[in-house]
Every structure is written in structure tokens, then in C-alpha cells.
Write a protein that binds this ligand. Structure first.
Ligand code: CLF
Ligand code: SF4
Length: 297
């Protein structure tokens, strides 16, 4: 599959464990949790936990300053030679914390230029950030797109924070969708690879995600990753809608199969924490807490 890609794209994905299924056996990623704030509310998010854009609800991530994030990245790179990608994926929205996120990227591109930089966002402020992302040579951007129809969106997003105001319902979803699609187009125009993550919520957007897949493909997204809603009662996931379940594994696979006629599907996502370290599915974050890093030198 990889051998069919144009050279320029193959170079961008061959060491990236999320963008290449083959690469994930050999290459590791790490996340630094530098982005605590968010500019929207997803029904499936509890801010006590990491961003469900990318992560499994669990224990709260330790929020790092950009300086601490750089220290941690260097310590991990020195100890895990397979670590090729540094991602910022939460615990809130990276682009809703532009100073912290871009300061981290700026320092890393100077101090550790061999590490690929990756970011995941809900997309609301993506159009305003594209230029800055391109400036830091970020080749991989993930947008979480759960809908292209505001009526569906209103069931997933109770509100967004936009131009210093809180906006609710379909009006909010319409703005979010427009920003996501515009951001996607702007990234593709600049040759930045875009992966789209979608959270499959049975009875809410499951059928609709086929249309999402076709839409993002037609705009040039490289990969589509449909992830299951993690609905564990102890996390009270999908607030406001009691009893919302996640999909069964077969339902998820059927939807991925249905989308795969039109689109490259990612099927090896492990729904990482916002502070995950190591190969996908492996979490070595405990080895690299700030006090352990301080004790290393
Ligand atoms: Fe992290 Fe996301 Fe970059 Fe990967 S994770 S910011 S693209 S480096 Fe990967 Fe983890 Fe799935 Fe994300 S397995 S949750 S898709
Ligand atoms: Fe939570 Fe992420 Fe949604 Fe923000 S974008 S509300 S952090 S799941």
C-alpha cells in the first residue's frame, strides 16, 4: 500500500506510527500535555479527563509548561530511539492554547529538528492557525470531524466559544463545521497531510459518518480514523444523554468497511492519552515524569 504513494507523501508517513500502519510496529510517538483550555464543548468530554479527540478517559494528564515539555521530549528521545513523532493533543484543544502550543513547537523545531511535529484539533480556530503551523514545518494535522450537518452537530456539541461569546445549538455547530472544512482545505492547499478523526456515536452520527468520509476525501484528507465512543459508566461519558452507549466492535468495523470503499481508513488507532509515550498501545509515561527526568542528569 505504501509503495503506491508518491515519494513526497511516502517520506512524510514512513516514520509516523499513526499515518502508516507499517510504521506503528517500529516507530513511537509521544504527546506533551501543554494545552489545558478548550473553545468548544463536546457532549462526550469531561474536562477532568484528557481530550477525547485523541484519548481514552482515565487519569488526568499532568499539564506541562512549554519548557517542561521540551525537557521531557529530549529525555524521551534520548531513551527511546524509536520515538520519531511529538504530538500535542490536549488535554484541551491545542489551537485554543496557541501561545503554549506554538512556543513548544518553536523550541522543538530549533532544539530537536529531527523530531516530526504533529497536532490534533477540533478545528474551530484552525483557519487562523494554518500559517503558523506551516511556519513550524508541521506536516501532520488531525481534525476531529464528527459531522458535516449542523442538525447532527447540535446533538454532539452543546456550545462553542466564538468571538468572545458562547453560541449554542445548530448555530454553533454550523460555525464549527464551516471552520473545520475551511481549515481542511487550507491545509491541503499547503501540502500538509490531514487525518480526520471521527467519534462514532451510535444513533447520533453513525450513519452520517459515511457522508463525512466522502466529504473529507473529496477535499483531500489523507486518512480517516473512525474511533468508538468510549462510554464507561464510571466516566459518565456523553453528558446530558443518559445511557448513551459506545459501538460494539462489529458495528465499528462495519462502518470502517463501508467507508473504506472511498477512503484510506486508519484501523490501528489506540486512542492515546494526551501524555502518552511509546509505541502505540504502550504507555511509558510513568518513566518520564518531571521528577524522574530531573533525576536523570
Ligand atoms: Fe499523536 Fe494523533 Fe499525532 Fe498520532 S496519536 S497527535 S496523529 S502522534 Fe494516533 Fe493515538 Fe490514534 Fe491519535 S494512535 S489517538 S491517531
Ligand atoms: Fe473535550 Fe476535546 Fe471536545 Fe474540547 S474538543 S470539549 S477537550 S473532547
Amino acid at each position: 500500500q505504501m509503495s503506491q504513494l508518491p515519494d513526497a507523501i511516502r517520506d512524510k508517513v514512513k516514520n509516523h506510527p499513526c499515518y502508516s500502519e507499517e510504521a506503528h510496529h517500529y516507530f513511537a510517538r509521544m504527546h506533551v500535555a501543554v494545552a489545558p483550555a478548550c473553545n468548544i464543548q463536546c457532549h462526550y468530554c469531561n474536562r477532568k479527563y484528557d481530550c477525547s479527540n485523541e484519548s481514552r478517559p482515565g487519569v488526568v494528564s499532568e499539564v506541562l509548561t512549554p519548557e517542561e515539555a521540551v525537557m521531557k521530549t529530549k529525555a524521551v528521545a534520548a531513551n527511546i530511539p524509536q520515538m520519531t513523532v511529538l504530538g500535542i493533543a490536549g488535554p484541551g484543544d491545542p489551537l485554543a492554547n496557541p501561545e503554549r502550543t506554538f512556543e513548544t513547537f518553536r523550541m522543538l523545531s530549533e532544539q530537536a529538528p529531527d523530531i516530526k511535529l504533529c497536532v490534533s484539533t477540533n478545528g474551530l480556530s484552525l483557519p487562523d492557525s494554518v500559517e503558523e503551523l506551516a511556519k513550524h514545518n508541521i506536516d501532520h494535522v488531525t481534525i476531529t470531524i464528527n459531522c458535516v450537518d449542523p442538525a447532527v452537530g447540535a446533538k454532539i456539541y452543546p456550545w462553542i466559544y466564538w468571538n468572545n461569546k458562547r453560541i449554542y445549538g445548530e448555530k454553533a455547530a454550523k460555525i464549527l463545521i464551516a471552520q473545520q472544512q475551511k481549515g481542511l482545505e487550507m491545509l491541503v492547499e499547503r501540502g500538509i497531510l490531514v487525518k480526520v478523526n471521527s467519534v462514532m456515536i451510535p444513533g447520533v452520527n453513525d450513519e452520517h459518518l459515511k457522508e463525512v468520509s466522502r466529504t473529507v476525501k473529496s477535499k483531500g484528507a489523507f486518512l480517516h480514523n473512525v474511533m468508538p465512543l468510549i462510554s464507561e459508566s464510571e466516566h459518565g461519558t456523553f453528558f446530558g444523554i443518559m445511557g448513551q452507549r459506545g459501538p460494539e466492535p462489529e458495528e465499528l468495523q462495519d462502518l470502517q468497511d463501508a467507508c473504506s470503499g472511498d477512503m484510506n481508513m486508519m484501523r490501528h488507532c489506540r486512542q492515546c492519552r494526551a501524555d502518552a509515550v511509546g509505541l502505540l498501545g504502550e504507555d511509558r509515561g510513568e518513566e518520564f515524569t518531571l521528577d524522574k527526568i530531573a533525576a536523570m542528569d
